[in-house]
Write a protein that binds this ligand. Structure first.
Ligand code: M6R
Length: 612
C-alpha cells in the first residue's frame, strides 16, 4: 500500500513527482502530498483524496525545486485527512519523511519522543520516524547516520524517503518488507515504489534489499546495509515500455488488462515446452524427480485472487499427481502453526510479490524447512527473491486494483507446474500430455474469441439486472473455484453483495436466500459435473432466480435452465478455468460501469497489500 516517488536532478521535480504519483495511485488514493526543497527550505503540499486534488492544490499554491519526494496513501494509522497525509515534518520543519508500511512499535517510540518534548500533529506512525531521525541528527549531526540509527530502532515494515534542509542536494531512502527501487537517470536519480512511476525517465534501477538504505544525489548513488557498510548491487533493467503503464485508448486499465489476456497467455506458453514438444520446461524451477520424490504433501498459500489461482492448482495437482494438496489463505496459514516440514513443498502465489501475509507465510515455511516455490509476477520483488524457486507469470504491469490478467497468468502457471510435476513423477502418459499441450496452445485464440463475441450478451444481461442487490455464483469442482473469483471481482468493483457456493451445497442452507429475481451466475464448464450443476441451476430457477450460465459450446441443454448463456470454446477439462473466468471479468466490469463506480480504484482497496 502507499506509493512513494522521489526525484533529484536538474529540472523542476514537481511535474515528475505528480506524474509518478499518478502512476502509483493503484497503491492507494486516500491522500497525496509532496515535499520539495525550495530556496533552502522544505515546502510541503498535501491533501486528502486523489492525486488530482494535489494537482489542483499545487495550482493554487505552486512550488518548485529540483529535489523532492511524493506520496500517495492507503490509510492505516489515522483516518484519510489533510493532516495525516504524507510527507510528515520534524518539529522544526527541517526533515520531511514519506513512508510505506507500518511502524509496529510507534506508540512506545512516540511516548519516548513526547517525553523529550516532541509534538505530534498527526495520528500516523510515520510522524514518529521524522522525529526520531531529527532526534538522532541533533545528537550526532550526521543525517545518514541518524537515518541508520532510526532503522535500528523502528520495528515493522517500511519504505522511506527522507529530505533534510541541511542536505539540499540529497535524498535518503530505505526499505524493509515494503518495495523501493532507486532509479538511475543521467544527471538525475529517483526513488519509487514501483517502476511505472519513473519509466518515462529510466528503465534502470537498483532494487533495494531488506534493511538497506541509499544516499542519492543527482550524479551519485551509494547503497548501504543496516550496519552502515557500503554495498554493491547489479543494475536491474526493466524490460517494459512506457505504453505498458498507460491506458492506450481503453476507458479503464481493467478493460485494457482484460483484453491483454490472449497475449499474456501466449507469452506464458511460448518457450515453456522442450524443442521436441514432449516436456514442459520451466526456467527457474529446480524440482526434478529426486526432489519431488522427497515431498509427501503440498501447500499452496496466497491471498485474494492469487489464492483462487492456487485453488485451481490444488484441484489439478491432486487429480493428476495424487499428492495431498492443502490450499490456505496466507493470513490464516501464518498463524496456525501449519503441519509442514522438509517433506512439504510450499507454493506461494502473488502478483505483486510484496503481499505482507504471503511473504510472512513464505518465511514461516522456510523456517520450518520446507522448500518454497514462488509463482510471482513482479520481477525482483520480495517473494521472488526469498523463494527457493521462482516461476514468473509474465503478465506485465497490472495496474487496475482488480486483478484480471495476472489471474489468468497464475492459472497458466498452475497448468504448467502440474504438467511438469506429473511428468517428473510419471503420472501423466505422453499421449495425454500432448493432447493437453495442444489444447493449451489454443487458449490464446479461444480467449480472443470470447472477448470478441461475449460482450453484447453480457452487456444486455447487465442492462436487465443492473438494479440487483445480491448475486450468487455457483459451480462444482474447478467451476466452483472460478465462481469464487467471479464473486470477488463483482464485490471489489461493483460493490454488490455476492456469494460463491459449491452448487451442491446450496440445498444445505443458502438456497433459502433465493427469491424472485435473485441473480445467479452458474458456471458449468466441467463436462463430468455438467448434469449435476445444471440440476442446481434448475433448482434456483424454480425459485424465481434469474440465471446467467457459463457453459461449453455444444451443451445446449443449459438453455432450458438459464435466462442467458455465455458459451466458451470447447477445451480439455483441466483448462476450462482460464476461459470460464473471462465472461465473469466482463460481467463485473460492465456492472461496475453501469453503476458508475470508480473501476480502477475501488473504495477501501489498494493493489499491493503490504500490511497485515
Ligand atoms: O499481489 P498479490 O497477488 O499477492 O495480491 C493478492 C490479493 O491482494 C489480490 O489478488 C486481490 O485480491 C485483488 N484485488 C483481487 O482482484
Amino acid at each position: 500500500m502507499c506509493g512513494i516517488v522521489g526525484y533529484i536532478g536538474g529540472q523542476n521535480c514537481v511535474p515528475v513527482l505528480i506524474n509518478g504519483l499518478e502512476s502509483l495511485e493503484y497503491r492507494g488514493y486516500d491522500s497525496a502530498g509532496v515535499a520539495v526543497i525550495s530556496n533552502g527550505a522544505i515546502e510541503i503540499r498535501k491533501t486528502k483524496g486523489k492525486v488530482e486534488n494535489l494537482r489542483n492544490l499545487l495550482l493554487e499554491q505552486p512550488v518548485s525545486g529540483t529535489v523532492g519526494i511524493g506520496h500517495t496513501r492507503w490509510a492505516t494509522h489515522g483516518a484519510p485527512s489533510d493532516v495525516n497525509a504524507h510527507p510528515h515534518f520534524s518539529n522544526d520543519d527541517k526533515i520531511a519523511v514519506v513512508h510505506n508500511g507500518i511502524i509496529e512499535n510507534y506508540q512506545e517510540l512516540k511516548e519516548k519522543l513526547q517525553a523529550k518534548g516532541y509534538v505530534f500533529h498527526s495520528d500516523t506512525d510515520t510522524e514518529t520516524v521524522a522525529h526520531l531521525i531529527d532526534d538522532f541528527y541533533k545528537q550526532n549531526n550526521d543525517l545518514l547516520e541518524a537515518v541508520r540509527l532510526t532503522l535500528n530502532v523502528i520495528e515493522g515494515s517500511y519504505a522511506l524517503g527522507v529530505l533534510c534542509t541541511d542536505y539540499p542536494d540529497q535524498i535518503i531512502a530505505a526499505r524493509k518488507e515494503s518495495p523501493l527501487i532507486v532509479g538511475i537517470g543521467e544527471g538525475s536519480n529517483f526513488i519509487a515504489s514501483d517502476i511505472p512511476a519513473i519509466l518515462n525517465y529510466t528503465k534502470n534501477a537498483y532494487i533495494l534489499g531488506d534493511k538497506e538504505f541509499a544516499l542519492i544525489k543527482a550524479d551519485e548513488i551509494k547503497l548501504y546495509d543496516i550496519d552502515g557498510n557500503e554495498i554493491h548491487r547489479d543494475v536491474y533493467t526493466y524490460n517494459w515500455d512506457v505504453e505498458a503503464a498507460q491506458k492506450n485508448g481503453y476507458d479503464h486499465f481493467m478493460l485494457k488488462e482484460i483484453y491483454e489476456q490472449p497475449k499474456v497467455v501466449m507469452d506464458n506458453l511460448s518457450r515453456r515446452f522442450s524443442a521436441d514438444g514432449k516436456h514442459v520446461e520451466l526456467d527457474g524451477i529446480k524440482l526434478g524427480r529426486a526432489e519431488l520424490e522427497n515431498i509427501n504433501q503440498i501447500y499452496i498459500v496466497a491471498c485474494g485472487t492469487a489464492y483462487y489461482a492456487g485453488l485451481v492448482g490444488k484441484y489439478l495437482l491432486e487429480r493428476m499427481v495424487r499428492i495431498p494438496v492443502n490450499s490456505e489463505v496466507a493470513s490464516e496459514f501464518r498463524y496456525k502453526d501449519p503441519l509442514i516440514d522438509e517433506h512439504t513443498l510450499v507454493i506461494v502465489v502473488s502478483q505483486s510479490g510484496e503481499t505482507a501475509d504471503t511473504l510472512s507465510a513464505l518465511k514461516l515455511a522456510k523456517a520450518k524447512g520446507s522448500r518454497v516455490l514462488g509463482i510471482v509476477n513482479a520481477v525482483g520483488s520480495s517473494i521472488a527473491r526469498e523463494a527457493d524457486d521462482v516461476l514468473y507469470t509474465l503478465a506485465g504491469f497490472e495496474i487496475a486494483v482488480a486483478s484480471t490478467k495476472a489471474f489468468s497468468a497464475q492459472v497458466i502457471a498452475m497448468y504448467l507446474l502440474t504438467l511438469h510435476i506429473a511428468q517428473e513423477l510419471g503420472t501423466l502418459p505422453e499421449k495425454d500430455f500432448l493432447e493437453i499441450k495442444e489444447a493449451m496452445l489454443r487458449l490464446p485464440s479461444q480467449i480472443n474469441d470470447i472477448l470478441t463475441k461475449a460482450v453484447p450478451a453480457i452487456r444486455s444481461f447487465v442492462d436487465k439486472y443492473i438494479s440487483s442487490k445480491n448475486v450468487f455464483y455457483i459451480g462444482r469442482g474447478l467451476d466452483y473455484v472460478v465462481s469464487m473469483e467471479g464473486s470477488l471481482k463483482l464485490k471489489e468493483i461493483a460493490y454488490l453483495h455476492s456469494e460463491p457456493y459449491a452448487a451442491g451445497e446450496l440445498k444445505h442452507g443458502p438456497i433459502a436466500l433465493i427469491e424472485s429475481a435473485t441473480l445467479v451466475v452458474g458456471v458449468a464448464t466441467q463436462e463430468s459435473l455438467f448434469d449435476k450443476t445444471r440440476s442446481n441451476m434448475q433448482e434456483v430457477k424454480a425459485r424465481g432466480a434469474k440465471v446467467l450460465a457459463i457453459a461449453m459450446q455444444g451443451n445446449r441443454s443449459i438453455e432450458e435452465v438459464a435466462d442467458d448463456v455465455i458459451y466458451i470454446p470447447r477445451t480439455h477439462w483441466m483448462l476450462t478455468s482460464v476461459l470460464a473466468n473471462i465472461p465473469q471479468q466482463l460481467f463485473a466490469y460492465y456492472m461496475a460501469l453501469g453503476l458508475g463506480e470508480d473501476i480502477d480504484k475501488p473504495r477501501n482497496l489498494a493493489k499491493s497489500v503490504t500490511v497485515e
